[in-house]
Design a protein around this ligand. Structure first.
Ligand SMILES: Nc1ncnc2c1ncn2[C@@H]1O[C@H](COP(=O)(O)OP(=O)(O)OP(=O)(O)O)[C@@H](O)[C@H]1O
Length: 204
């Protein structure tokens, strides 16, 4: 269970969200919604432990979690297989053979990643999630620039592999992934600048 209690987060020293609380039981996902700039990326990075929250607590994530943004992290000079092997090694794991089918990479195994189309490259970037074996995933617009087929493919992997194995996912997305997951609208949690003593000091 991922438990978030009264979390307040800042970007560039300026509070963006406050009072964010939710629970995500094992085997389930939560969708985050909110207009551009509201702080979805900031919240996801804070949940994943990549930046310190201003206040509040996150339990059930920590070492077992991973943050993935729309930036691929794909290495152009390595083949598809070499990319997956690289990430597997970094995380001390073997590449599960089924990721090639799950992300439709089978015919592309020997291709240099630099020659992939942008959608194929995104699929390779997402396949990394199937390799690293992290139980709690914080996903920032994971399906951006993917066609409907690839979006469904990713949603199927999330539901049938990651969540089915008891994993957790918190996903900022404007695309309907077709997951049976609750939606948390972030608009009510926009930080009031005065609530943390004003933001002027952040610019000094
Ligand atoms: N380096 C920075 N210094 C100050 N403010 C920043 C900095 N980077 C981003 N911001 C601001 O912080 C706020 C939150 O940004 P964040 O990227 O978390 O929003 P988001 O909800 O993920 O946006 P989007 O939907 O556009 O990706 C935005 O208003 C943004 O302009």
């Amino acid at each position: 269970m991922l438990t978030v209690d009264a979390l307040a987060v800042a970007r560039g020293g300026v509070p963006v969200l406050q009072g964010v609380s939710f629970k995500v039981p094992d085997g389930t996902a939560l969708i985050l919604r909110g207009p551009n700039g509201i702080g979805k990326t900031t919240l996801l990075r804070s949940l994943a432990g990549l930046q310190e929250p201003l206040s509040g607590t996150v339990t059930g994530a920590g070492e077992e979690s991973a943050y993935a943004s729309h930036a691929d992290g794909v290495k152009a000079a390595l083949t598809v297989e070499e990319n997956l092997a690289f990430w597997a090694e970094v995380y001390g794991r073997a590449v599960p053979e089924e990721v090639y089918a799950a992300f439709d990479l089978e015919p592309l195994r020997a291709r240099f990643a630099g020659t992939l189309s942008s959608g194929q490259s995104r699929r390779l970037g997402l396949a990394r999630l199937g390799v690293i074996g992290r139980r709690v995933l914080f996903l920032d617009e994971p399906t951006i620039s993917l066609d409907a087929f690839s979006v469904r493919m990713f949603a199927d992997w999330l539901r049938d592999v990651h969540l089915a194995a008891g994993g957790v996912a918190v996903i900022a997305t404007h695309i309907d992934l077709g997951l049976d997951a609750p939606v948390l609208e972030l608009s009510p949690f926009v930080a009031a600048p005065e609530a943390t003593g004003g933001s002027d000091e952040a610019f000094l």
